[in-house]
Design a binder for this molecule. Structure first.
Ligand code: GDP
Length: 474
């Protein structure tokens, strides 16, 4: 039977605004420690509110962690708390956090922290939020704000009460008797004990002795330890537990299930999961979206303006996010979940990030000369696929549906090879990213196909495509 499950909460905000202090204040107020009992964090903890109803907090604050968790399309957090210091107001990372929370469509509560300071200006915070698209109560919207002081411990109970109110509106349910499913929220290799992973239970119950699968690894649960360092036999929905027994360290964000195929493909009920296509619903097919990163603050606005002015009626341009600083993992995940391309002006190049972008099917264009970047954008506007960075482009001319679905394509430029990663595009929207499993020419199996030939492509994952869609090698 499905039951109400505790909400899972993530904390985001600008550095030094008090995220870590607020997490410890919550933990210490609600779970006073016994003398000498020092617990080591396992990535999340669960506390009862004043009425005994539980809330689970992810204790790696920040939007990097938040977006990393969303990597596999699993939204772990039900509610996001945006911490803003009352003496500083909306700052660079506050804005970034807002973009991430909006992209994930996660309900938000604003905790206005450091209210104990004489320099606190909560109204300035609310004004700053309004200017960044977060309309709080009293400022034309209904986003809840709670004044708190993490160091003095004031406002904590109000915050927990608000979390429950927002959670009730979401009707969060799970069935402890259903087939078990969870998600990895932290993992590491302990030199003495071997692979350790914190699993957050989403459906069913995780029990000692169970065989579980996550990504490419599996394991038999040898021990379960909760956030209070107590050994337990079973964990219910929304409970974080440290699991000993994996044969390898599973990646953060991986699904945990009881079948090997489930770990890779199925997303259990009760777990909110949006496909790229669903996430892009509401975005039209024509708009070109960008995330801009630059070396200095001054170039952000210059690039933003030049870009927006290049938009046409046919292809308007939308800037999802623009900020100074290097391209980060979270920029890549944000680009993926919003169907945007990343533009970097005078930012450092990193091969690790390039690989991640390739894996996630995100296009990244960097350069030190502004007009070259703008040329790339112009090429995109003229016709998706003609930009030089696209290594190959093909158009789907016919779809064959048999034992496997074959996309009959005409290769317009470049060479397509088996195992290549490709993007499927409808208009300018990325429908999905997949790999070429095999290729055909008439009845024969082939390994590559160069322009201007036609061939059949079979992909490794089931994607929705139709005649007229484009297949791109990026
Ligand atoms: P984080 O980077 O967002 O995790 O911020 P921290 O929790 O590390 O806090 C940054 C600094 O702000 C620390 O020196 C804290 O002691 C201080 N701080 C946090 N919360 C409060 C508060 O409510 N009032 C005051 N006066 N200082 C606070």
């Amino acid at each position: 039977m499905t039951q109400t499950r505790p909400p899972i909460v993530a904390i985001l905000g600008h550095v030094d605004h008090g995220k870590t202090t607020l997490l410890s204040a919550i933990r210490n107020t609600r779970m006073p420690k016994e003398a000498g009992n020092i617990t080591q964090g396992i990535g999340a903890f669960s506390v009862p509110d004043a009425k005994g109803k539980r809330i689970t907090f992810l204790d790696t604050p920040g939007h990097e962690a938040f977006s990393k968790m969303r990597r596999r399309g699993v939204d772990v957090a039900d509610i996001a708390i945006l911490v803003v210091a009352a003496d500083d107001g909306v700052n660079v990372q506050t804005k970034e956090a807002i973009v991430h929370i909006h992209a994930a469509k996660t309900p938000m509560i604003v905790a206005i922290n450091k209210m104990d300071l004489p320099t606190a200006q909560p109204d300035r915070v609310k004004q700053g939020l309004a200017e960044n698209g977060v309309l709080v109560e009293g400022y034309g919207g209904d986003v809840v704000t709670v004044p708190v002081s993490a160091t003095k411990g004031t406002g904590i109970d109000d915050l927990l009460e608000m979390i429950h109110l927002v959670a009730e509106m979401q009707e969060l349910k799970a069935d402890p008797k259903a087939l078990f499913a969870g998600v990895i929220i932290e993992s590491r290799l302990d030199p003495h004990r071997g692979p350790l992973a914190t699993v957050l239970v989403k459906e069913g119950t995780l029990q000692k002795g169970m065989t579980i699968y996550a990504s490419d690894t599996k394991g038999k649960v040898r021990s379960l330890v909760d956030a209070n360092d107590t050994s337990i036999d079973a964990a219910n929905p929304s409970t974080p537990v440290e699991v000993l027994g994996f044969t390898d360290v599973p990646p953060v964000g991986a699904l945990v299930t009881t079948t090997s195929s489930g770990a890779r493909v199925t997303v259990p009920t009760g777990m909110r999961k949006r496909t790229i296509k669903e996430r892009l619903q509401g975005y039209d097919e024509k708009t070109l979206r960008f995330i801009i990163k630059t070396d200095v603050f001054g170039s952000v606005e210059a690039l933003r303006e030049s870009l927006v002015s290049r938009g046409t009626d046919e292809h308007p341009i939308e800037i999802i996010h623009a900020a100074p600083g290097p391209i980060t993992e979270s920029d890549i995940f944000l680009a993926k979940s919003t169907g945007a391309r990343l533009l970097g002006f005078r930012v450092p190049k990193s091969t690790t990030l390039k690989r991640l972008a390739d894996d996630e099917g995100v296009q990244v264009e960097t350069g030190d000369i502004i007009y070259k970047l703008l040329e790339y954008v112009d090429a995109l506007i003229k016709g998706v696929g003609t930009a030089q960075t696209v290594r190959g482009k093909a158009t789907i001319v016919k779809v064959f549906r048999g034992t496997s679905v074959i996309a009959g394509v005409r290769v317009e430029h470049g060479v397509f090879r088996v195992h290549d990663t490709v993007q499927i595009l409808q208009g300018v929207n990325v429908q999905g990213v997949t790999k070429i499993a095999s290729m055909r020419h008439l009845k024969e199996s082939i390994k590559s196909c160069a322009a201007p030939n036609e061939c059949g492509l079979i992909f490794t994952s089931a994607l929705d495509f139709k005649e007229g869609d484009a297949v791109q090698l990026t």
